[in-house]
Design a protein around this ligand. Structure first.
Ligand SMILES: *Cc1c(COP(=O)(O)O)cnc(C)c1O
Length: 447
């Protein structure tokens, strides 16, 4: 294919060892409909990971396309300092009406990493503006992931992806992850008392005067391996943040917009009061880039002052609140209502979760976990010892290759095969995806 030749000549792909492309070149996708991607040879692939966790209502949705086209005829972009536009205003109002807690202000940007950077910088500057100069650090979880910029990497877990950059990170406190399958306390969820929160509590007891905020992905540590953790942990962490006077930053970049069965993962816990909520990925249903950081009036007021007081939040990105992206986001939120999306998702979940349970019998399935339309299968060499496949074995890459042959876009995170399904999935599609994946894993042999 002449286009692939040109691709390999001119392009450097993300998260890709380009040398692998000699044997496994990127697949040229020509069009997409619903949850299927079609390549230039007419093959289709089920988009089981929502094109990196962003597609919500399927590809080529007429309402979203119409909204973008309509906006395109009016205004494609304008700077967002000193100027504003209707799609951003209506979207901010709508977001505030659907998020939990006391979030009442929206700061737009253009991707997930920037949505998190904004929360980190706002939290940091809040304490400065309040005259509290010592609160300059953050706490995050060992397997957390908050983006690929230097700041967000500093509050993410250190792993294969970012280890090389670790000398550049600002220092932050790390607490063990609430990972029930590989419990950091060697306990069992049936009898434990969420003891894995103790190290976090200890850091706060000893150092809270230096700490600006805790940052967490609510309920699902996605890039860290689709680790799904108990809501009691989230509730307790939120309680500790309040008790020790540090901000709670919830990163819903992956979990937002219905993925966990509710609009936001934090809706699973009652009376959760985050100080910051970071949104991106699904916000535009996966059509255009957009980020949003929501915060409270209390935070906002700490920046609201005469210019000469130097309390302004000096931060912004060129494509902040892009009008086309905002129009897509508004259309997506209308679809949630018009098509009763969450109700439909709720009806399909029992079938999804029951079928996932059947994966437990497979000889290499160490753990099966799920929440909403997210599910993961942690593959192990030995179920008893939970021994992992080694880095060199690259079973994830092999499963990706074999998946393509079965019309599946599976893109395991190391040894963790997962689904991150579009909300529009139909039962027969889901059935087909699960049975194809089941037979792939059942036949999988690592020589
Ligand atoms: C993907 C992701 C990010 C980063 O978003 P980008 O748009 O890729 O920069 C941040 N936080 C979480 C939880 C994510 O899953």
């Amino acid at each position: 294919m002449y286009l692939i030749k040109k691709d390999l000549k001119f392009i450097w792909h993300p998260y890709t060892q380009m040398k692998d492309c000699q044997k496994a070149p990127p697949i040229l996708i020509e069009k997409a409909r619903g949850i299927k991607l079609y390549d230039a040879n007419g093959n289709f692939y089920y988009d089981t990971i929502s094109s990196w966790w962003c597609n919500v209502h399927g590809h080529n949705h007429p309402k979203i396309k119409r909204a973008i086209k309509k906006q395109l005829n009016l205004l494609e972009h304008v700077l967002f300092a000193g100027f504003t536009h209707k799609p951003a205003i209506l979207l901010a109002e709508k977001l505030i009406s659907i998020v939990p807690g006391k979030l009442s202000k929206v700061f737009f940007s253009d991707n997930g990493s920037t949505a998190v950077e904004v929360a980190l910088k706002m939290s940091f500057q809040y304490w400065k503006n309040m005259g509290v100069n010592k609160k300059i650090k953050f706490i995050s979880l060992d397997d957390g992931y908050h983006g690929d910029t230097i700041g967000t990497m500093s509050v993410s877990g250190v792993d294969l992806f970012n280890k090389v950059f670790s000398p550049l990170f600002f220092s932050s406190f790390k607490a063990p992850s609430p990972n029930c399958y590989r419990c950091p306390m060697n306990k069992d969820r049936i009898s434990c008392n969420i003891d894995c929160i103790n190290p976090l509590e200890k850091i706060l007891e000893e150092r809270s005067k230096e700490i600006a905020a805790i940052i967490l992905e609510p309920l699902v540590m996605a890039a860290g391996g689709m680790i799904i953790y108990p809501k009691e942990y989230l509730a307790k962490a939120a309680g500790l943040a309040r008790k020790f006077n540090v901000h709670l930053i919830l990163d819903e970049v992956a979990t937002g917009f219905g993925r966990t069965g509710k609009m936001f993962a934090c809706d699973h816990v009652e009376n959760l009061l985050p100080d910051f909520l970071c949104l991106s990925k699904g916000i535009t249903a996966g059509y255009l880039p957009l980020g949003a950081t929501l915060t409270t009036d209390k935070i906002y007021q700490a920046f609201y002052a005469d210019y000469k007081e130097k309390k302004t939040f000096f931060h912004g990105h060129t494509f902040t609140a892009n009008p086309l992206a905002c129009a897509a986001a508004l259309a997506s939120l209308e679809i949630f209502e018009e098509e009763n999306v969450l109700e439909k998702v709720g009806k399909i979940l029992p079938f999804f979760h029951k079928t996932m349970e059947e994966f437990k019998d497979l000889p290499i399935a160490g753990d099966v976990r799920y929440l909403g339309l997210i599910a993961a299968l942690e593959l192990v060499k030995d179920k008893k010892t939970k021994q992992r496949f080694s880095f060199e074995e690259r079973i994830g890459f092999e499963i990706f290759q074999q998946g393509l042959k079965k019309n599946l876009l599976l893109r395991p995170l190391g040894n963790i095969v997962y689904f991150f399904l579009p909300l529009c999935i139909q039962k027969r599609e889901l059935h087909d995806i699960l049975s194809r994946t089941h037979s792939l894993i059942a036949d999988f042999k690592k020589d």
